[in-house]
Design a protein around this ligand. Structure first.
Ligand SMILES: NC(=O)c1ccc[n+]([C@@H]2O[C@H](COP(=O)([O-])OP(=O)(O)OC[C@H]3O[C@@H](n4cnc5c(N)ncnc54)[C@H](O)[C@@H]3O)[C@@H](O)[C@H]2O)c1
Length: 371
């Protein structure tokens, strides 16, 4: 696999996560050339330079378009706030770069459609930052469902909760702006949807209620500023002839730090997974002696492919950033024309369609079909 030149836009929480992945993908997997970390962009030149030194990038700029005109850059990581994804991704694709874009795809359906059109026109690889699908245990659970290990799936529940906005006095920042999207739906619900897309498929009809736990938050410039989107979303799901389901997302849930709780019930058993305990899942199998029935906890190990690339010993565990390293390896596979376990812009748009149908359902107070 040839050496790729990398450009990174944004160096906050996710920018660092991408940078760690680009640095680690070659040593972890041992079967790809070490990418060349050519340049990164941040809003302030001094911060960009500092981050370039920390993350191991050669050059730094305060103008992200500089990266697009650099012939040494083959792929662009986009880790900026949601409202910039569409403009940056379309421009990068038009400049002939592969794109690795953080979720959500865009804040409007029209922008997400533009991104898909640009990706098709360019023929370049696109990968959305749906890292949770990369957990070896999620892949294993998907295989169990596909093999019928829990029979026909009858019901699914997915919940994503964190408490980083639970404090009413948490200062207002970009995630509470309407231009960043609907709130809990774009910020959180897209992740459970990405998991559903690999575990049981996406819903075809949705019914949503959204709420704002706090009307305003302290503004950095003083006083309080009205919250412009919803921190909580509750959604009923229908999967056509398939299972029924529920999706809940709450970014103001005290005590929850990184919970993505997945429950899949079938005619022969059930599967449970919680991202806060990402190195285990639980399996219930109705076969056998009823007196011994109960959920069984399975720890991750070398029997779950890819885990062994990180650590040879079973049960020692992977972490959040490791999922990004796996996502990075999948991106490199896609660039090499190999099968890849990714959410590309095609599948990303299907997730966006579900999210926008959810928002429309809330505003119209009725079930909506996912177009
Ligand atoms: N995949 C995941 O698990 C996950 C987790 C958290 C956030 N995200 C997504 O990642 C994206 C970024 O979120 P974050 O939490 O890292 O935000 P952040 O605020 O920590 O970082 C964003 C960075 O982008 C920079 N930036 C803004 N405009 C820029 C521009 N024009 N040019 C260059 N840099 C610019 C900011 O200065 C900041 O450093 C969001 O879309 C978010 O939804 C994904």
């Amino acid at each position: 696999m040839a050496c790729l030149g990398v450009g990174l836009i944004g160096t906050g929480y996710m920018g660092k996560c991408h940078a760690l992945a680009w640095n680690a993908v070659a040593p972890v997997f041992g079967d790809v050339e070490r990418p060349r970390l050519v340049g990164l962009a941040e809003v302030e030149a001094a911060l960009a330079r500092r981050r370039a030194d920390e993350f191991g990038f050669e050059s730094a700029t305060s103008n992200w378009r500089d990266l697009l005109s650099d012939p040494d850059i083959d792929v662009i990581s986009i880790t900026t706030p949601n409202q910039f994804h569409a403009e940056m991704a379309v421009a990068a694709l038009e400049a002939g770069k592969h794109v690795w874009c953080e979720k959500p795809m865009a804040t409007t359906l029209a922008d997400a459609e533009r991104m898909l059109a640009a990706s098709r026109a360019s023929g370049k690889v696109t990968v959305m930052g749906y890292n949770y699908i990369q957990n070896p245990l999620i892949r294993h659970m998907a295989a169990l469902v596909a093999q019928g290990a829990i029979g026909a799936v009858t019901h699914v529940r997915v919940e994503m909760d964190e408490d980083y906005m639970a404090d009413p006095d948490e200062p207002f920042y970009w995630k509470s702006e309407a231009r960043s999207g609907y709130g809990a739906l774009d910020d959180f619900a897209v992740h459970p949807l990405s998991l559903l897309s690999v575990l049981v498929g996406l819903p075809v009809e949705v019914m949503t209620d959204m709420s704002k736990p706090y009307a305003d938050r302290p503004a950095r410039e003083g006083g309080r500023r009205a919250v412009e989107n919803h921190d909580i979303a509750s959604v009923l799901l229908r999967f056509g002839e398939g299972p029924s389901g529920v999706l809940m997302a709450n970014r103001s849930a005290w005590g929850r730090k990184g919970r993505i709780f997945v429950q899949i019930y079938g005619s022969e058993g059930a599967l449970l997974y919680d991202q806060e305990r990402m190195n285990e899942f639980q399996l219930y199998d109705r076969a056998g002696e009823p007196a011994n029935h109960g959920f069984r906890t399975v720890l991750t190990s070398g029997s779950h492919p890819i885990y062994g690339r990180f650590v040879p010993a079973p049960g020692h565990g992977l972490g959040f950033n490791d999922l990004k390293i796996i996502e990075c390896r999948e991106l490199l596979a896609a660039v090499a024309g190999e099968p890849a376990h990714i959410v590309d812009f095609e599948r990303g748009l299907a997730i966006e369609r579900a999210v926008h149908a959810m928002a429309q359902s809330h505003s119209e107070g009725r079930w909506m079909k996912v177009s």
